[in-house]
Write a protein that binds this ligand. Structure first.
Ligand code: B12
Ligand code: SF4
Ligand code: SF4
Length: 331
């Protein structure tokens, strides 16, 4: 990774950034593909992708009219993988334990503000808008336009050096910077089809490089708050009960050695209980613990982590079918 204007590579690394890119292009290259996907009803229950915000995704100027350029950063959560793969008991998505256990919507935003403050010391009148997951922005496409990678068959944005275990966070700016336009990456999946074959619920369409959201375990465990049945095939997974990394774990571009500091050692003191919840307890014990809490109590305990999203009903739904499966396996 190179330095960014006066911000050194060392400073960027200290913020967990593994790569950055720059673009002045406000228009996504794949907006038409996104519309096709919606037409085929592939978004399922993710209504926020199909409502009035869908038009906004056609141009960054729709959400930030002063747009002149964007700095796009890849924030790694790679160090959490070692622990996740050690734990064959049940699995939570690695991103949720990265960032010291803090929900990345807070932590990555904080880091983006650090970078912006540094930029504003040398750029008079510079203003910004943070794009981090929740805004109507096709963020993988933005990272693609900033030269940071290609769309894998699993639909992840993959960077040749870093794989795909990262969160994309961007600063939309009201000024152009003295940086050159990026070289766009080309496809490096070739004949590989590992993610498509490994997905237990057959959610991936390798040809269009998109998912059928309603079949994805990630949708079921993170975005579904009601008590509904899991997608068909979930029992063939590794026990995923919050998010899913299977189609990333099998990707040859994610083979980088996974021996950096373990997430458990990094968890903030307030979040150390997650170690016992997700690593030490049996699934039935965790179910009983959550069942005995009020929704408000659970939300309070999980505040500032990524895990507060499903709420009590969502959590019990996530765990329930695994109890049956683990009981059957034990007997
Ligand atoms: C909705 C959503 C989900 C949904 C739907 C996922 C999906 N694939 O769309 C669900 C809940 C399933 C989900 C799951 C996950 N998500 Co999510 N999610 C989003 C969100 C909010 C919107 C994505 C979106 O617009 N989808 C619409 C569809 C149509 O887009 P798409 O699938 O990417 O399809 C594109 C490609 O097919 C592309 N394409 C295909 N062929 C070609 C060829 C060329 C040349 C080009 C240019 C493009 C192209 O065109 C399509 C449109 O852009 C973004 C944040 C954001 N604001 O962008 C995060 C985001 C995509 N998620 C992220 C993460 C980390 C995850 C999980 C890993 C979390 C987990 N561990 O459970 C999983 C991964 C599942 C997977 N394989 O995608 C990261 C991805 C980082 C990365 N390296 O790509 C994002 C960018 C959040 C962030 N800010 O970092 N997610
Ligand atoms: S995240 Fe899991 S369920 Fe979703 S597409 Fe990837 S492997 Fe399939
Ligand atoms: S597993 Fe293979 S096909 Fe899937 S994204 Fe990685 S390289 Fe591409």
């Amino acid at each position: 990774m190179k330095s960014l204007l006066h911000i050194s590579e060392k400073e960027l690394k200290s913020l967990g950034i593994v790569e950055w890119g720059y673009t002045e292009n406000s228009i996504p290259s794949s907006y038409g593909k996104y519309l096709n996907w919606l037409d085929l009803n592939q978004h399922g229950s993710l209504s926020y992708l199909a409502d009035e915000r869908k038009n906004k995704r056609s141009d960054l100027k729709n959400i930030y009219p002063e747009f002149e350029s964007a700095l796009v950063f890849l924030f790694s959560y790679q160090e959490t993988k070692k622990w996740m793969l050690d734990n064959d008991h049940h699995q939570v998505a690695a991103y949720a334990l990265g960032f010291d256990g803090i929900d990345y919507h807070f932590e990555v935003k904080r880091r983006l503000e650090v970078i912006f403050n540094s930029l504003s010391s040398t750029h008079d009148g510079i203003k910004h808008f943070v794009s981090l997951d929740v805004q109507p922005v096709l963020e993988r496409d933005l990272a693609f336009r900033a030269g940071l990678g290609w769309f894998g068959k699993n639909s992840m944005l993959i960077n040749k050096k870093e794989g795909s275990y990262f969160i994309i966070g961007s600063l939309l700016l009201n000024q152009k910077l003295s940086l050159s336009s990026p070289q766009l990456d080309v496809d490096h999946c070739g004949q590989c089809n590992k993610c498509v074959e490994a997905c237990p619920t057959l959610a991936i369409n390798g040809e269009s490089r998109t998912l059928e959201a309603s079949k994805c375990i990630s949708t079921f465990t993170i975005e579904t708050f009601k008590d509904v049945a899991p997608p068909e095939g979930v029992e063939k997974s590794r026990g995923e009960f919050f998010g899913c990394d299977i189609c990333q774990d099998v990707c040859p571009w994610n083979r980088k050695p996974l021996e950096r500091v373990k997430a458990l050692l990094n968890l903030k003191k307030d979040f150390l209980f997650l170690k016992s919840w997700f690593y030490e307890m049996k699934i039935l014990e965790l179910f009983q613990l959550i069942n005995n809490m009020t929704n408000r109590g659970l939300k309070k305990q999980l505040k500032f982590t990524s895990f507060d999203r499903p709420g009590k009903m969502g959590w019990l739904k996530n765990l329930k079918h695994w109890i049956k499966i683990s009981t059957e396996n034990d007997s």
